[in-house]
Ligand binder design. Structure first.
Ligand code: CP3
Length: 362
């Protein structure tokens, strides 16, 4: 593995000093980029794009060719695990993800097994290709979904407001749901460790639907399994610590509990200011976020102002990774992303003064 030329993300996640605040974007390789749409067209479908390592590598690198990003994120999807378990993932135009065989009966859950890593080999192959191309330019982030979020899609069969079938299962047969969550936690752990061995330098757990739960249920049905996964991960590889980022969308009220999960960083959405979030987690973890993706539709001036507000809300010191509070939307003009990234690097210098001040200066 070549040495890293830009390790700001790793340092910020470990709450070490950096010259400027690192920045990357959730869904940075996505439909707002015309070159992404062109490659997806060539692949024929989103799933073919995910499963063709050459093309998945190409789209992983596309945003880095345009923008001064401090990290790459593997192009894949959280739902590749249930796909590898045999549920048959597909996307139809204008719809979210869907499964051919959702979990409808208790026997569907009983017979579910940790998938053979061979079935996810295309992911590891993509990681190797990306690392070869990156040649140490920036770190590569690997990821998985949380067991709760994966279960939501697997039980429901698709994205459905409030996930009524999942909630019904939770109320009527919590034991069976726990069995499913346990199998998923084991699967996630195996898949993330294989990603680490293939070359990712950071891992992120996406808990998109954990925020729908009240705190005691969040702890029991989501956080418990996230902790189990983190405890089972390879934490050092190639003489480097592998930082873990935990993101529960809508989870700002769980921050103190998440900070105890064993992760290095927590992704924060825009429901809370970083100032308040920092007060809730203290020095335990780094924070990643938290610009509202809708602000990327504003004027260049307004985008710079919003970046400035967020940097100011976090304040001086270590432990901030700039990001959006959720994925970038397809309607964002790419030049607005440049404005945001350049503003982060330019305006954040003032918050890292001890690092930037010359040792010879008065
Ligand atoms: O961030 C990145 O650039 C890496 C790639 C990535 C994708 N999905 C690619 C993708 C990551 C990290 C994900 C995670 C993911 N996938 C989550 C968790 C994060 C979140 O957004 O809450 C979830 C819930 C999924 C499941 C999923 N996949 C949904 C709900 C959708 C439809 C979203 C939409 O905007 O239509 C997808 C498809 C998907 N995954 C796209 C991309 C770029 C859009 C697919 C396309 O039409 O080309």
């Amino acid at each position: 593995m070549p040495s890293l030329k830009n390790d700001r993300l790793l340092k910020a996640l470990c709450r070490e000093p950096v010259d400027v605040t690192p920045v990357w974007i959730m869904r940075q390789a996505g439909r707002y980029l015309p070159e992404y749409r062109a490659t997806r067209e060539r692949a024929g479908s989103f799933m073919r794009l995910c499963k063709t390592p050459d093309l998945a590598c190409e789209v992983t690198l596309q945003p880095l060719q345009r923008f001064a990003l401090d990290a790459a994120i593997l192009f894949s999807d959280i739902l590749t695990i249930p796909d590898a378990m045999g549920l048959g993932l597909f996307f139809s135009e204008g719809q979210g993800p869907q499964f051919v065989c959702p979990l409808r009966h208790s026997s569907d859950i009983q017979r579910l097994q940790v998938p053979d890593p061979e079935r996810l080999n295309y992911v590891y192959k993509t990681i190797q290709l990306v690392q070869h191309e990156l040649a140490g330019k920036v770190p590569l982030i690997g990821f998985c979904g949380s067991p709760w979020t994966l279960a939501a899609y697997m039980v429901e069969g698709k994205s459905q407001p409030g996930f009524p079938l999942l909630r019904k299962l939770q109320q009527e047969n919590p034991q069976l749901l726990h069995k499913l969550l346990d199998t998923l936690a084991k699967s996630v752990c195996v898949h993330l460790n294989a990603q680490i061995i293939a070359g990712v330098q950071v891992v992120m757990l996406f808990d998109t639907w954990g925020g729908m739960l009240p705190l005691p249920e969040y702890e029991l049905f989501s956080l418990f399994y996230l902790k189990q996964i983190i405890a089972g991960l390879i934490r050092h590889y190639n003489n480097r610590k592998i930082p873990v980022i935990l993101f529960t969308k809508g989870g700002s009220h769980f921050l103190p509990q998440m900070a105890e999960a064993g992760c290095e960083g927590i992704g924060v959405d825009w429901e809370i200011s970083l100032n308040a979030a920092r007060a809730k987690v203290g020095k335990k973890v780094a924070l990643q976020g938290n610009m509202n993706p809708a602000r990327l539709l504003d004027s260049h001036h307004a985008i710079r102002q919003e970046v400035s507000n967020i940097l100011d809300a976090f304040g001086p010191g270590e432990g901030h990774v700039f990001n959006l509070g959720h994925g970038i939307t397809p309607d964002v003009p790419p030049e607005n992303v440049s404005v945001m990234i350049d503003a982060v690097h330019e305006l954040s210098k003032a918050y890292h003064l001890p690092y930037n001040r010359s040792p010879y200066a008065e």
